[in-house]
Design a protein. Structure first.
Length: 209
């Protein structure tokens, strides 16, 4: 079973997020640069606001969500992602999404990939967000799978921490937005590198590259 993050792994939404954050800066008079916001990607929005020391998280989130929807046309699939997902699906791998993006903004992006996902876990559900293991564990429950039978693909240190706490092997997407954490994980340099997982299975050692 292959569980994947969305932003920075399947779809390049950085231009969308940067545009939305600029709108937040304008509407709420904030001097917090996008780069500071970007450091905390992967966490639920309210947690990012806590990390940045910003109050009124709910109001800010409303602005950010509306601006993200307006700028959604800026999102682009990473090269080769759809083909890779279809290859896994054809090889009878079950695919699932574990993301911190709200469902109303994640669903249109996932629909564009044209791949059946057996489970989609977002902050709209129960449990804590990443780096807590809850969303990964809930995805496993959805699919009736053990942690050892799954892989999680992410691009931020919080993804790696969530996978570790869930007991799920982690693969770091080097084309994404963040650096890998410690200990050094298995790294895939491009979406097509993930196809090597078909041969190695869920138990991985060393690097894919």
């Amino acid at each position: 079973m292959l569980l994947l993050d969305l932003d920075g792994v399947l779809v390049d939404t950085r231009p969308v997020m940067e545009s939305a954050w600029h709108q937040v800066q304008k509407d709420h008079g904030l001097n917090v640069p996008f780069e500071m916001y970007e450091r905390h990607l992967g966490r639920p929005f309210a947690d990012i606001m806590d990390q940045l020391g910003l109050a009124n998280a709910e109001v800010i989130h409303q602005t950010y969500s509306q601006a993200s929807t307006a700028a959604s046309h800026l999102a682009r699939q990473f090269d080769g992602v759809a083909e890779v997902l279809h290859a896994f699906a054809s090889a009878d791998w079950r695919l699932g999404i574990v993301t911190s993006k709200p469902l109303n903004r994640a669903a249109p992006l996932l629909a564009q990939l044209g791949v059946p996902f057996a489970t989609v876990r977002t902050p709209n559900g129960v449990g804590r967000g990443k780096p807590a293991p809850d969303p990964i564990l809930l995805a496993l429950i959805d699919l009736g799978a053990d942690p050892a039978d799954a892989l999680y693909i992410g691009d931020m240190a919080v993804d790696q921490e969530a996978a570790r706490r869930a007991g799920v092997p982690y693969v770091h997407a080097a084309w994404g937005y963040g650096a890998a954490g410690r200990p050094a994980p298995v790294v895939a340099e491009s979406p097509k590198d993930l196809l090597r997982l078909m041969d190695t299975g869920p138990l991985l050692e060393g690097s894919l590259v």
